[in-house]
Design a protein. Structure first.
Length: 329
């Protein structure tokens, strides 16, 4: 009854790394290239739930827009916009917040994790998943590509959609998750392969960002933590460090893990790092050049975000109008 529409978002909290690229952006490009109806949101309202520097945030928003375009997001085919430019997200979040319960939100794992180190927990951090549900439902999205760590948030979104429909009449589709756990799984931190590669890791050497200089990329890969076995074998449980390098290598060359292991037999892990670094550099270089061109043309970026805002608002405002009517507002 609802046409297929895919919604996804990403926070402008720092430079995009290979994990984000492989775990999220590469999937979006595939969906876009399969002509899916795709809406991509730069989730800036989510990124103020933790303390932030306003100047960094505005820079990160522009850099993220440039990165997405540089990776191949085509603003003609995909709606790319900045969340705070479409007030319907915040308003629907309020409406959904009124049918959410404190008890339900307290159980979500991400909240527990993120608040663990905080003495005073911002209300925004607590209701973060409600805003995420609003993002999706604002567009009546039917499919949401997410990593496994997001499944519980999507379940909340499904519950809120059902609850709203039951109380106030059919309004929202129940969105499905498109699990994007690729064959590579999660890319791991280069410094501590028991953790995932993350923007929020304080050690910048733990991740390879698309905007890193070539020298940095090479040096980070050469310093990646492996183990004391010198052979190159793939075993993510016993040898997470070298296996992570093989996964990255496989992704950037599109060669299978098996083929790679056969090809590099005889190299030790130190020599293998040079091979991986070369492969990553060749893959990332054209993307970097493209990102740099966009960053140097901020007028164009702002124009793209403005077009995205208008296209997103048109859909959002119509849906929000129905929400108002059904709520009796
Ligand atoms: P980060 O931890 O870097 O801040 P986010 O939580 O903002 O990443 O996630 C943005 C997107 O990137 C999500 O779709 C998430 O599943 C994906 N992602 C993040 N880190 C990785 C990783 N190490 N490997 C694969 N995908 C990842
Ligand atoms: Na994060």
């Amino acid at each position: 009854q609802y046409p297929k529409r895919i919604f996804s978002g990403i926070q402008p909290t720092g430079s995009i790394h290979l994990g984000n690229y492989l775990g999220a952006i590469a999937q979006w490009i595939n969906l876009q290239n399969n002509n899916e109806d795709l809406i991509l949101c730069i989730a800036d309202l989510h990124s103020i739930t933790l303390p932030h520097e306003p100047e960094n945030l505005s820079r990160n928003i522009i850099e993220l827009a440039a990165t997405l375009l540089g990776c191949g997001i085509d603003p003609e085919r995909t709606i790319l916009f900045q969340q705070s430019n479409v007030p319907a997200h915040a308003e629907l979040s309020w409406c959904l917040g009124c049918i959410s319960t404190m008890a339900r939100l307290a159980h979500l794992p991400q909240y527990k994790e993120k608040s663990a180190s905080l003495k005073d927990i911002p209300l925004g951090l607590y209701i973060y998943p409600v805003l995420q549900a609003a993002d999706i439902l604002t567009y009546k999205a039917t499919h949401v590509p997410v990593g496994e760590d997001q499944i519980q948030q999507i379940q909340l979104c499904q519950e809120l959609a059902r609850m709203f429909n039951n109380r106030y009449g059919q309004t929202f589709p129940i969105p499905h998750t498109l699990i994007t756990s690729s064959e590579y799984g999660r890319i791991k931190s280069l410094r501590d392969p028991s953790k995932k590669m993350s923007k929020s890791d304080p050690d910048a050497k733990s991740r390879i960002c698309l905007t890193d200089s070539i020298d940095d990329i090479v040096s980070k890969i050469k310093k990646a933590v492996t183990d004391c076995t010198s052979q190159v074998t793939y075993n993510p449980d016993e040898r997470p460090g070298v296996s992570n390098l093989i996964s990255i290598h496989s992704f950037v060359t599109k060669k299978s893990v098996g083929d790679i292991c056969r090809e590099v037999e005889g190299l030790n892990t130190g020599q293998y790092k040079t091979v991986v670094a070369d492969a990553v550099v060749s893959y990332v270089k054209p993307i970097q050049e493209s990102i740099a061109r966009y960053i140097n043309d901020q007028g164009y970026l702002l124009e793209i975000l403005n077009i995205g805002k208008n296209r997103a608002s048109e859909i959002a405002n119509e849906n929000l109008k129905q929400v108002h009517e059904n709520l009796g507002l």
